[in-house]
Design a protein around this ligand. Structure first.
Ligand code: IFM
Length: 454
């Protein structure tokens, strides 16, 4: 029972969460610059103005990745760094901004680290939000143009691409819940229409990558995996109930898998979702659905948690409530390693593509100890169990190709500001000192022995 020999061990981060340098080299404002400055929207009013100052410290950060033995690094490109809408309403390329990613990619490759590039990890240019953002029917074309600008420059060196990170969050939390930028609370019909534009933007972006890539591109996707797992893993009935729980669209919110995945892989919205959303379902054409469903090379998914599901004696699937005092992280997310066994399995069975876990990790209450180190035994335990469950998926025959720990550094956790620490490396935000945590040293061993001991 082992991970394949060429299994990729990675870690991830995103532009707004780590870069800082918000007004440097021609970067324009994003929706997060605006939203985080609105009163009461983020914990302690925190913004990404400086974050981890990665824009200036990327060499030091890549050196930390190298020392960790990291084989792949998943980063995102900030759209408002790369295209300037201030100078030209259609967006003109800001070569200084694009150069930053060129330097980053060179640094990664010089250190034998494979770059995995995400094109959209939530920092929509404010200038485009002012024109409707994802609500605008023009947004897929904007995104395709932006994709082309990036791919023309980086694709001689970057092979792995993902257009979107977690549409459930930037559409659902950004446009329905108002908890994330741009902070709208729109009627569900408008939310789903914007979601449709985002999916269409995904399809057009894939077309644009294929059209402009200088080397054969490997394209994936990174939605949230809303996973259900069998309450009793030995019960075929519970396994079937969990499969249902993973793909059913049960509630009128954004938290499901298939609404955001089936269009991309099958070119259709799931029937139960269309029924549930009813008149609120988006308007779409057959041609648009075809565009969304561009062939992809791999299936990426961000998995942090799952829900146990069983089949009742009456034969109906039901979610099993967690007992009082169940284990959870500081985000209040349940600790459910099972999600990393069953999620990849169910997605692989349904979408039939090699699976990369593009994010997994935990927020913990980490601090610098008097001995000068950061001890995070809970993260080590968490990761050992989750990676162990992923290994079980591989042993079950699932084609699992890689794993990205979220995150390489502590960083800006959106509306939670700097309260939540997800990193393998502790960041002292006052001094920008980086201190590898115990989990960093532990993960180094995992990478070195290809997960043999988890
Ligand atoms: O920090 C986020 C990331 O930006 C998207 N996925 C979940 C992480 C933890 O909340």
């Amino acid at each position: 029972m082992a991970f394949r020999k060429d299994f990729l061990w990675g870690a991830a981060a995103s532009s707004y969460q780590i870069e800082g340098a918000e007004a440097e080299d021609g970067r324009e404002a994003s929706v997060w610059d605006t939203f985080s400055r609105m009163k009461g929207k983020t914990y302690e009013g925190a913004t990404g103005e400086t974050a981890c100052d990665h824009y200036h410290r990327y060499k030091e950060d890549v050196a930390l990745m190298r020392a960790l033995g990291l084989q792949a690094y998943r980063f995102s490109i900030a759209w408002p760094r790369v295209l300037s809408y201030g100078k030209h309403p259609g967006g003109s390329v800001n070569s200084k901004g694009l150069d930053f990613y060129s330097r980053l990619v060179d640094e990664l490759l010089a250190n034998d680290i494979e770059p995995f590039a995400t094109l959209f990890h939530w920092d929509m240019p404010q200038a485009l939000e002012d024109r409707g953002g994802w609500r605008s029917a023009e947004s897929p074309a904007w995104f395709a143009d932006y994709t082309a600008a990036v791919v023309r420059t980086l694709s001689d060196r970057v092979r792995f691409w993902m257009p979107h990170n977690e549409p459930q969050c930037f559409i659902g939390m950004g446009l329905a819940d108002g908890a994330h930028a741009p902070g709208h609370k729109l009627p569900w019909k408008e939310v789903l229409q914007a979601g449709h534009h985002a999916l269409l933007a995904h399809g057009k972006s894939v077309q644009s990558i294929r059209a402009h890539a200088k080397k054969p591109a490997q394209i994936g996707y990174a939605p949230v995996g809303c996973v259900a797992y069998p309450a009793n893993p030995d019960s075929p009935h519970d396994i079937e109930a969990a499969r249902w729980g993973t793909f059913a669209v049960r509630e009128k919110n954004q938290w499901n898998s298939s609404w955001w995945m089936d269009p991309v892989f099958f070119g259709r919205y799931p029937e139960d979702g269309l029924k549930l959303y009813g008149a609120d379902a988006p308007n779409f054409s057959a041609a648009e659905m075809q565009t969304i469903a561009q062939p992809l090379d791999w299936f990426g998914v961000n998995i942090y948690q799952g829900r146990p599901v069983r089949l009742t004696p009456q034969g109906a699937p039901e979610i099993v409530p967690f007992p009082p005092g169940y284990p959870h992280t500081t985000m209040r997310w349940p600790v459910t390693p099972e999600a990393l066994r069953w999620g990849p399995r169910f997605y692989w069975e349904r979408y039939k593509l090699p699976v990369y876990v593009t994010e997994n990790g935990m927020a913990n209450c980490d601090w610098l100890s008097a001995d000068g180190n950061v001890h995070d035994p809970q993260r080590i335990e968490f990761l050992a169990r989750y990676i162990g469950a992923l290994k079980q998926a591989a042993a079950d025959g699932v084609d699992v190709r890689g794993y990205f720990q979220w995150s390489i550094l502590d960083n800006y956790e959106w509306a939670e500001g700097y309260r939540e620490r997800f990193g393998l490396v502790f960041v002292d935000y006052a001094t920008q000192q980086r201190i590898p945590k115990d989990s960093y040293h532990w993960y180094k061993q995992v990478i070195a022995n290809n997960g043999a001991k988890v």
